[in-house]
Design a protein around this ligand. Sequence first.
Ligand SMILES: *Cc1c(COP(=O)(O)O)cnc(C)c1O
Length: 396
Amino acid sequence: MSTEPALPSLPFLPFLPFALPEIGDEEIAEVADTLRSGWITTGPKARRFEADFAAFLGDEGLQCIAVNSATAGLHLALEALGIGPGDEVITTTHTFTATAEVVRYLGADVKLVDIDPATLCIDPAQVEAAITPRTKAILPVHYGGLAADLPALLAIARRHGLKVVEDAAHALPTTTGGRLVGTLDSDATVFSFYANKTMTTGEGGMLVTRDAALANRARVMRLHGMSRDAFDRFTAKVPSWYYEIVAPGFKYNLTDIAAALGIHQLKRARGFQQRRAQIAARYDEAFAGLPLVTPPLPAPSDLHAWHLYPLRLGDGAGIARDRFIESMFEQGIGCSVHYIPLHLHPYWRDRYGLQPAQFPHSQRAYERLVSLPIYTRMSDADVERVIAAVRRALQA
Ligand SMILES: *Cc1c(COP(=O)(O)O)cnc(C)c1O
């Protein structure tokens, strides 16, 4: 006889959250299989996830290195490129702090630049203007899932002898010029599998590179600077107890429990993108003619990952952004803002003496930006509910 007390039934919560992951039975079964297997940290499933990810990108020259966050992947990529004290890395002010903080981990300095207001991605002209003799790398972000202008950034990097590491936390799958982000000609690309990203492992990331030396260094630094990881030690023929520490590395390996989620999320990534694109298209259609600026679009033949739907209130909106978000909340819709630009945060502002006037496009966008819910678990009725709430907020 069951002694479990029945849980009280939850009140009906009509709130539509800003984001929700979509985890299916296959992911759950794979995690359960991992838990029963006896190997729960980095091992066969992480290996398989890396191989599947390389196959997904479809480029034989690439190496994929699974890590426990995109932040870790960005740190490893810059470390492997030799970024250190005295160096400068140029990135966009219009991003999450993780993009820039990794530069500081290494004792290097961050040079923040403004966005192109048409794309909300880093402005290549601003990048070129910010280059100094100390500049070592450019760190663009594919904001919201729209590709940054990599051809222009790579040309600048080539002219000035700089490295390029892409923050692709939003960009799975994104294409530019018909090529998937991850297969472009940068030094490294880093994806995020954080809970609200376009696919998730709870926490996780993937570092992708064609540079064999970078890949080798990142593999060693991902796990304590050990010359071989634990799985190798327990499966290789040489004595299983032997390893060498070649550097003070980090603890950035992805667990097999997380990789088990990733293997199945990756299979669904194309389908997820299609549903997100469908929601974005419905929003675009519904908001045409309203005092709103809908998000920038890629070329018709390219894919936008639609991690975010960053709407901007237009001049005639008649409502301030903060009040707009409050109204949406009162109507049961969760919204967010991407991003509070780095130049407004005390750490970045004070360290580099930054003023909003140095970043007019990011500042202006920030004051009008609101990210609407866009995720695969939204029903068509949920999408219509968001649209109706936006209309009502504008009328208020
Ligand atoms: C989420 C995010 C990151 C960090 O990803 P984690 O996997 O959480 O470390 C980095 N950059 C951008 C732009 C992000 O949105």
